[in-house]
Design a protein around this ligand. Structure first.
Ligand code: PEP
Length: 230
């Protein structure tokens, strides 16, 4: 089981340090934190496993505002989220750029959590499997079942909305995704302490990518505990 905290554009360096000082990852579950770029070094210094929230495909170059895999490794960062729906929605990320980022990150030795998921309109139009197929095939064609690669199924309508996929719906989507690319699949979308055990109890659910509920130590620790295999 892997539980990842996606802090998005939250937490100053002081807030990151305070969280890491107070947070005690429970034994029996892999935990990673994904702070903003400005706090990565603070989180690394705490001894926690740290992923970035994005990574560029080039090693270096004229790409203003971007950060490369060798630069992250230089900081002690061990992985990166790639293709989060907020990157796809607000920053023009496409299946092609997601694939390029994944290949470069894995090639450099970073681990990767690659995000996929359908919008509410796509689900209502009966296009969930089509959308997932296109997104996952782009990743599978580029990277295959690389040992450093994990997918996160994050239905966009469940991210930051308080609406969670039912465990049945999540399990169905995870099984579909694994049928295309057989790697571990995390669930993401309004995971909270009170729904984590039920979601993480499903066979096809290999962990969680947690946004809002990862910002507070108590709620994130509770979710991590729910991931410990019984
Ligand atoms: C996310 O940002 O990946 C996420 C799942 O957010 P939240 O848990 O807040 O829905």
């Amino acid at each position: 089981m892997l539980v990842a905290a996606n802090w998005k554009m939250f937490k100053t360096r002081a807030e990151t340090g305070a969280f890491c000082d107070a947070f005690e990852p429970p034994a029996g579950v892999d935990v990673v934190v994904c702070p903003p770029f400005t706090s990565l070094d603070v989180a690394v210094a705490s001894g926690l496993a740290v992923y970035a929230q994005n990574v560029h495909w080039a090693q270096e170059g004229a790409f203003t505002g971007e950060v490369s895999a060798p630069m992250l490794l230089d900081l002690g960062v061990v992985g990166a989220i790639v293709g989060h729906s907020e990157r796809r929605q607000y920053f023009g990320e496409t299946d092609e750029t997601v694939a390029r980022r994944i290949v470069a990150a894995l090639g450099a030795g970073l681990r990767v959590i690659a995000c996929v998921g359908e919008s509410e309109e796509e689900r209502e139009a009966g296009q969930t499997e089509l959308v997932l197929r296109l997104q996952v095939e782009a990743i599978a064609d580029a990277a295959g079942a690389h040992p450093g690669l994990v997918l996160a199924y994050e239905p966009i309508w469940a991210i930051g909305t308080g609406r969670t996929a039912t465990p049945e719906l999540a399990a169905e989507a995870h099984a579909f995704v694994k049928g295309i690319l057989d790697v571990p699949v995390l669930y993401g979308g309004s995971v909270k302490p009170d729904n984590a055990a039920e979601l993480l109890g499903r066979d096809a659910v290999d962990g969680a990518l947690v946004g809002g509920a990862s910002l507070e130590v108590d709620s994130f620790e509770a979710i991590c505990r729910a991931a410990i295999p019984s």
